[in-house]
Design a protein around this ligand. Structure first.
Ligand code: ADP
Length: 623
């Protein structure tokens, strides 16, 4: 756009050129007329100057009509020598027969008596008319004026031609005069042209400078630089144009600012939207994509720009752009792949101009993976609960039926049957209680009753209870034997916990360790601290958990071996509750297990060592 204008293409040059050409043309025309006029004027003056007085003509006519030629010639020569006119080069007198009767040229008297060959002279004699002519003499590069004037017989009344007066005059002086005047004129014209040219340059500069400034300003405006101002030189058309350009600059800047602000606002809105947004052109090629959409589609804006939205969303096999444009559907897109589950809800709408012209599509993507998962989990949960309750209820019913059918009378089986009914009912109550506490934690209505406790003491207290159970059971030969090893840090660890809930968690882990341990196994309980956590672990030498099941053991109702767990009165909710409790306490719970070798369950809780030290060792603080 901003190509450099060559000097010869510029208005500046064109104006100067037109100006100069007009000046030259005018001077040329005026000069031509003037020189021609000057020449004519000078020549006519010259002709008047070389005209001989009429008495000379008369005297010559008188001599020519005389019969005594000799004396007449003498007289003629005398008359001619009397003529004193410096402009005249030579005067010749011819009689009516064309014979030279005299010449003013003293050196050429010998031609007297010769007959003329000059056409002008002959014509003057025959036609009784004057002839004159400018002739150029090559021999001495001189221009001459020659005239042949008939001489008339004045004495007789019939006025017949008696001879011709031939005058030859040198014109060089006339032309020298004309030339010198022409030269003066030409020099004046040259000076005028130079001055004119100079003025043309100055004037055209005055015109083109504001134009040039405006051009530069408009280029700056186009580049987005609105800082400049065109100088307004006056109130003429150019001045007004300059004013208009300045005004335009302000308007464009305002417009640009508001578009920019609008764009930034839109950008901001798009960037901070939690939904993904894609916009396409009419052919369905992506023009705008926000970060959220790029993240959801695990791509980058640059990668998808100008690709078809059908490919970007991977819906080419189900939809065409026309279908999306015609009925802006809501589409569920399943982009799950391998280990990543991703379900998107895509809502399409049209970008339409006021005129109704459709210029593209907007697609809003909403990640509904979590929602779908929650839905699925809820359904799964309901089905699990129904299933879990149906099994004990079915067995209770069959035992109750057997009892009603008469087994109650049989003292051998009745107590056994009633024991099963009682156990199953207990288990159902436990399960319902577990479900209730889970539901309370889910809904956030379960409140923590936090207090600082010495974790070493608390853990030890819980383990002591298990030792007691073991001692009591040991009297019963059939029950399982195990021992508990304690590996505790010496330091007292004061941690803020809800004692009841924490005890429930440790109980649960210990129960599991006992449940899934072999007879005579060793259960190791450890307690240690890192610089801002306490870590509590319970290891057993039991069955262990298959590697594939490890991620699921904290899921509700998950059991590695359903039948076995149920037989031992498990609900499959213990670890799920433990996890919820530990999370509420701000800690973490995880498991490390090798199938067939045993499992270790870990709990870590946040711990601030300084406060513990304050209670333990006052001397440290008094430093
Ligand atoms: P349950 O009531 O069945 O014990 P939990 O939620 O306490 O339910 O445990 C879930 C499942 O995790 C158990 O069914 C069992 O398969 C497995 N599990 C828990 N603790 C252990 C352990 N110490 N050793 C082996 N497997 C275990």
């Amino acid at each position: 756009m901003n190509s450099k204008i060559k000097f010869f293409q510029s208005i500046h040059f064109k104006i100067a050129l037109v100006f100069a050409l007009m000046l030259i043309l005018t001077l040329e025309v005026v000069g031509a007329v003037f020189v021609r006029q000057l020449e004519r004027q000078n020549l006519s003056t010259f002709k008047q100057q070389i005209e001989l007085p009429s008495y000379v003509d008369n005297s010559l006519s008188e001599q020519l009509v005389r019969t005594n030629t000799k004396s007449a010639n003498k007289q003629i020569s005398q008359i001619l020598s009397d003529v004193n006119n410096s402009n005249i080069t030579e005067i010749r007198v011819f009689d009516s027969k064309g014979v030279i009767r005299g010449t003013s040229n003293v050196n050429n008297q010998s031609i007297v008596g010769e007959k003329t060959t000059d056409e002008n002279v002959k014509n003057a004699i025959y036609n009784n008319r004057s002839y004159n002519q400018n002739v150029y003499d090559d021999s001495n590069n001189t221009r001459y004026y020659v005239s042949a004037v008939p001489l008339l017989n004045t004495s007789s009344s019939n006025n017949n031609v008696v001879g011709v007066l031939y005058i030859k005059a040198n014109l060089e002086s006339v032309y020298a005069n004309i030339n010198s005047i022409t030269l003066i004129y030409l020099s004046a014209a040259l000076v005028a042209i130079i001055l004119g040219l100079f003025m043309a340059i100055v004037i055209s500069r005055a015109i083109t400078r504001p134009i040039d400034e405006m051009k530069k300003q408009t280029i700056r405006i186009a580049r987005g630089d609105f800082s400049g101002q065109v100088h307004v030189y006056g109130n003429d058309e150019l001045g007004q144009l300059a004013g208009a350009v300045n005004n335009l600059s302000v308007r464009v800047e305002e417009a640009q600012d508001s578009t920019e602000a609008e764009r930034r606002r839109l950008d901001g809105v798009l960037t901070h939207m939690s939904d993904g947004v894609l916009a396409t052109d009419r052919r369905g090629n992506v023009t705008i994509i926000n970060e959220t959409a790029a993240d959801l589609l695990s791509t980058t804006p640059d990668e998808v720009r100008s690709k078809s939205i059908l490919d970007v969303l991977d819906i080419r096999k189900d939809y065409t752009i026309r279908e999306l444009l015609d009925n802006q559907d809501e589409v569920i897109i399943d982009l799950s792949s391998g280990n990543r589950e991703l379900i998107l809800h895509a809502y399409f709408s049209l970008i339409q101009r006021e005129s109704g012209f459709i210029s593209g599509l907007v697609c809003v993507l909403h990640d509904i993976t979590e929602q779908q998962k929650v839905d699925r989990d809820r359904k799964q949960f309901v089905s699990n609960v129904s299933h879990e309750l149906r099994t004990p209820l079915t067995s209770v019913r069959s035992y109750v039926e057997a009892l009603t059918d008469g087994a109650w009378e049989d003292p051998d089986v009745a107590p056994g049957f009633l024991k099963v009914v009682q156990d199953e009912t207990d288990r159902m109550i436990r399960m319902i209680n577990d479900l209730l506490s889970l539901s309370r934690m889910d809904s956030g209505t379960s409140k923590l009753d936090l207090e600082y406790v010495n974790l070493n003491e608390l853990f030890n207290y819980i383990l002591n209870r298990f030792d007691m159970i073991l001692k009591n059971e040991n009297e019963d030969e059939s029950s399982k034997k195990y021992s508990i090893d304690r590996v505790f840090t010496k330091k007292d660890l004061w941690v803020e916990v809800d004692t009841d809930k924490f005890t429930q968690v440790v109980d649960n882990l210990m129960n599991n360790a006992v449940k899934y341990s072999p007879d005579g196994g060793v259960i190791t309980a450890r307690l240690l601290e890192t610089h801002n956590h306490v870590i509590l672990s319970i290891s057993d030498q039991g069955l262990g958990i298959p590697r594939a099941d490890i991620p699921h053991v904290f899921d509700r109702f998950f059991r590695v071996d359903k039948a076995r767990s149920r037989k031992q009165g498990g609900t499959g909710l213990g670890l799920a509750i433990s996890k919820e409790v530990i999370n509420m306490l701000g800690g973490q719970i995880w498991v490390d297990s090798v199938e067939g070798r045993g499992s270790t369950f870990y709990i870590s809780l946040p711990y601030v060592p300084y406060e513990g030290d304050e209670w333990d060792d006052d001397s440290q603080n008094s430093k």
